[in-house]
Design a binder for this molecule. Sequence first.
Ligand SMILES: Nc1ncnc2c1ncn2[C@@H]1O[C@H](COP(=O)(O)OP(=O)(O)OP(=O)(O)O)[C@@H](O)[C@H]1O
Ligand SMILES: [Mg+2]
Length: 210
Amino acid sequence: MSVSKEQIVSWLKATADVMSENKTYLTELDSAIGDADHGINMNRGFSKVLEKLPTIEDSDIGNILKTTGMTLISTVGGASGPLYGTFFMRAGMALASKETLSNDDVYTMLNTGMEGVISRGRASVGDKTMIDAMMPAMAAFKNTLDNGGDLLAAMKACVQGAEQGMKDTIPLQAKKGRASYLGERSIGHQDPGATSSFLMLNMLLQALEA
Ligand SMILES: Nc1ncnc2c1ncn2[C@@H]1O[C@H](COP(=O)(O)OP(=O)(O)OP(=O)(O)O)[C@@H](O)[C@H]1O
Ligand SMILES: [Mg+2]
């Protein structure tokens, strides 16, 4: 199965919709351990991406993703704008001039994006960040492909990994970002960024299933 440009554009549109629908929820999660703006940030960034998509959706997938990343960086302040911006910019750079994506390309997109977030934010698994959702997700994707699974099976495993990783942030003490200033008081709350990462990957699954 190869992934079309239209499916990538649908993913980005669905991500904008899901961030808008979950704006209050993500902001509530961030009010417990942060500064109550994660939903506002994600919605602001992806609304701008949605506005920009008609002007770029005919270009190649690499450029669509790169422009998405640049838009997030330029419209969202705080930690998450530059981090998600880097995710999409690096993903786009790795897929320069592609018109369709193979299964391996989809892995490259997700894993290179995550590596960009790690190089920018220096978070490790267990620090209670979006990396706690992304790392098990990308590992499950690769593991499924390596064991002969198809793209949809890999993407389903990816989303399950992200969901588990998201839930697993609840008992963790934050080591990065504003939540880390709370010390032990950050324990017992789900990380907002891990939650938005799960939502974003779940929308990719939906776009691939369509
Ligand atoms: N260094 C980091 N690496 C990866 N993710 C991070 C890092 N710092 C924060 N995050 C993620 O960003 C989320 C917070 O995003 P938000 O949009 O609220 O930005 P913010 O308020 O500027 O963040 P913060 O105050 O945590 O720096 C956290 O829940 C966490 O998942
Ligand atoms: Mg915040």
